[in-house]
Design a protein around this ligand. Structure first.
Ligand code: TYD
Length: 416
């Protein structure tokens, strides 16, 4: 197996078996045509990048019916409003002369805060349906994949950018070389390239293997990010932990020597060394922990079934596709999954074909247990679902551990 970044050979593979596309919620008539691929990962001992071995073609995943809309969570809305404000305060000195580019701008959740202020911007969003939602909110959007060619086109048309931002996008892009070369070209000499993605350190610590699915080609560490972008003259100068997506990292890069390197970078490098994120043994242990978690979850659900308890799923996340398929959990163990996204409702979950129902059904219903598939939105969900506990319901969590939450522990959870 060769690393996508540096071509180094690796023998150790973690396999999660046959997997459908995480966001491919489908109708009954499409079951026979469903696409599957082999979900397996490797760790590159040279550039330290944790990555998928095989990834379906991007146009299979990001198309005119893409099912992920960033604006489905109030906390995410607030997160991106805050990010836009932060960018404007920290990196925009002359709004009328500034230009901001966002890669994977989704429904315009972040860029709309630039659009409202009349700051020149372009969002790059290949999925036509979500791009259309962004345009309706006044966000200039190009429906293409970002690469060196598109960067050249933008450079000639608009000049260089003060900020290039990408949230939960870089980890989706297999050919980072072309993207890195594009960013190098499109970024002003003093510009900043900022991106955030789920953090490898959190995934290992929480055994949140559900972060591994077709769209996440990479789960980055700071060490890997630095190794990937340095050959293109882009240097990591700051990092910030984020609570989003179950533990993310925000990386700040600029042209070589353009920004003073902050202490945060060195302390994260030390943390990663301390946690052994740079050695393959860590990934052997991780794979053993995944198997343990799978056994525990199946055991718990089978016991509940024997006791005739009703178990449903809360939120048909992309992550839930990995959990359900890897653990072989189907409608016999989980009756339905409730979700607020209209495009998923009335369809079936990828691979295991559990019905996805509107959230209102969950509100009317009295299941005994609900598995929290959107565990990364735990605080927001527990706040709004106090009623579920009062009706005698219980939450099942599987991150960091497989457990049934007692009422008391739900009420006392820290906010993120
Ligand atoms: P997220 O964890 O962002 O998903 P992913 O694993 O796909 O990145 O959660 C988004 C999904 O969860 C989306 O389908 C909407 C659903 N959801 C609910 O149904 N209710 C909620 O309260 C929240 C926060 C999300």
């Amino acid at each position: 197996m060769r690393c996508r970044i540096c071509q180094y050979k690796s023998e150790f593979v973690i396999s999660f078996g046959k997997m459908p596309l995480a966001n491919h919620f489908l109708k009954k008539e499409d079951f026979d045509e469903e696409y599957f691929f082999e979900l397996a990962t490797m760790f590159c001992d040279r550039c330290k990048t944790f990555q998928l071995i095989e990834q379906p073609k991007p146009d299979k995943m990001f198309h005119d019916n893409y099912a992920f809309f960033s604006g489905t969570s109030k906390k995410m809305e607030a997160h991106f409003e805050h990010l836009a404000k932060y960018y404007q305060e920290k990196f925009i000195t002359k709004p009328s002369e500034s230009f901001v580019v966002e890669l994977g701008s989704n429904d315009g959740i972040m860029l709309k805060h630039f659009s409202k202020k009349g700051i020149d911007h372009i969002g790059i969003e290949p999925s036509l349906n979500v791009a259309e939602v962004a345009r309706q909110q006044g966000v200039n959007t190009i429906s293409k994949f970002f690469d060196e060619n598109l960067a050249k086109e933008l450079y000639l048309r608009k000049g260089q950018a003060d900020i290039i931002s990408a949230s939960n996008v870089m980890c989706h892009i297999p050919d980072l070389k072309s993207v890195a070369a594009g960013i190098k070209l499109l970024l002003k000499p003093n510009g900043v390239f900022v991106f955030e993605d789920p953090y490898l350190g959190d995934m290992i610590e929480k055994v949140s293997f559900d972060q591994i699915y077709d769209e996440h080609v990479y789960l980055f560490s700071a060490n890997a990010v630095s190794n990937i972008f340095l050959p293109y003259g882009l240097e990591l100068f700051n990092v910030e932990r984020q609570t989003t997506h179950g533990g993310s990292m925000r990386y700040y890069l600029g042209h070589r020597a353009a920004h003073a390197r902050e202490e945060s970078v060195d302390s994260l490098f030390l943390y990663e060394k301390d946690k052994n994120l740079d050695i393959v043994e860590t990934f052997y242990n991780f794979s053993k922990n995944c198997v343990k978690k799978k056994k525990n979850l199946i055991h718990m659900l089978s016991e509940l079934k024997e006791k005739n308890k009703r178990v449903v799923g809360y939120a048909a996340t992309s992550k839930s596709t990995t959990v359900l398929n890897y653990c072989d959990i189907g409608p016999d163990l989980v009756e339905y999954i409730s979700d607020t996204t209209p495009i998923k409702q009335g369809k079936f979950s990828p691979g295991m074909h559990i019905p996805v129902v509107p959230y209102e059904r969950f509100k009317r219903d009295d299941p005994d247990y609900a598995i929290l598939f959107a565990w990364n939105h735990e605080t927001e969900i527990f706040e709004k679902e106090e009623d579920f506990l009062k009706r005698g319901g219980h939450w099942i969590k599987f991150v960091p551990n497989v457990e049934v939450l007692e009422q008391k522990s739900c009420a006392s959870l820290p906010s993120d």
